[in-house]
Design a protein around this ligand. Structure first.
Ligand SMILES: Nc1ncnc2c1ncn2[C@@H]1O[C@H](COP(=O)(O)OP(=O)(O)OP(=O)(O)O)[C@@H](O)[C@H]1O
Length: 253
């Protein structure tokens, strides 16, 4: 396979209806290249979560295809795909359940067969990447919310994913923790897809954004340009904070 030209993520004609018949996705197409940071924007109910749950095969059975690093997300590839797509859920407590930070971060790689010094090095590196190396032996429930979110990111980084998917990464963070997480995400050498309603955060971190609305991609382009398009914003119920000028931010730097 031509690994060099493969996209990190390629979604083609993805359509999906829930078992109750509610159609959430109506033919979604986009491609994310290796190393890009892309924001997935859209109003409540647009289909963002439904889309994300297709990226590692939690949801399936619709039509169209999802490929991660060229590999189709299907039953046969599920174990590999789950390692390649790291999803950080909105609530870190959904991801942290072991007695110590070390055990939480080691959990995934250990289940994938890593042990001994190799496992220890993997854990150490992931915790260093999120600035949490000093907390290795602490119980996660003794950490602040912002620290727990960083550990949740580490649990996913420890799997060395092809693509890091973050669901509302800035939610419930104070301004300092928000900025620290932005610095961490910027420093990572990994493809990022970030689902967020925090439009200034999207602008700050992601040079490119997708707008998902009523189950289709309504716009795909430069984040600053999309957020400056008042008609587009209005049409898809996207609102910037009062007084915020997207043209005043150096996007994705
Ligand atoms: N289990 C389900 N069964 C039936 N319909 C569902 C189910 N889960 C979600 N939906 C519907 O699918 C549509 C897309 O929902 P989804 O959660 O993907 O949107 P979202 O963009 O993530 O929204 P939000 O910003 O509120 O998180 C909505 O109309 C929702 O009501």
């Amino acid at each position: 396979m031509g690994a060099v030209t493969e996209a990190s993520l390629e979604v083609s004609g993805l359509a999906f209806a829930y078992p109750d018949g509610h159609q959430a996705l109506f033919g979604v197409d986009f491609r994310i290249e290796r190393g890009e940071r892309v924001a997935l924007l859209g109003p409540n109910g647009a289909g963002k979560t439904t889309l994300v749950l297709h990226l590692n095969g939690i949801l399936g059975g619709g039509t169209g295809s999802v490929r991660v690093a060229g590999l189709p997300v299907d039953r046969a590839n599920m174990a590999v795909v789950r390692r390649k797509v790291g999803i950080v859920f909105q609530d870190p407590d959904d991801q942290l359940f072991m007695p110590t930070v070390r055990e939480d971060v080691a959990f995934g790689p250990a289940a994938a067969g890593l042990k001994g010094a190799e496992l220890e090095a993997r854990v150490e590196r992931a915790l260093e990447q999120v600035g949490m190396a000093a907390f290795t032996d602490r119980p996660p429930h003794h950490l602040s919310f912002g620290q727990r979110r960083r550990v949740a990111v580490a649990t996913v980084l420890a799997m060395e994913p092809e693509i890091l998917v973050l669901d509302e990464p800035s939610s419930n963070l104070d301004p300092a923790s928000r900025r620290e997480l932005a610095d961490i995400l910027r420093s990572l050498d990994v493809t990022v897809l970030m689902v967020t309603h925090d439009l200034p955060y999207a602008l700050e971190l992601c040079p490119r954004a997708l707008v998902l609305s009523e189950g289709v991609i309504a716009a795909d382009g430069h984040t600053g340009a999309l957020l400056s398009d008042e008609a587009l914003m209005r049409a898809h119920r996207l609102e910037l904070p009062f007084g915020f000028d997207p043209r005043s931010v150096a996007t994705g730097a």
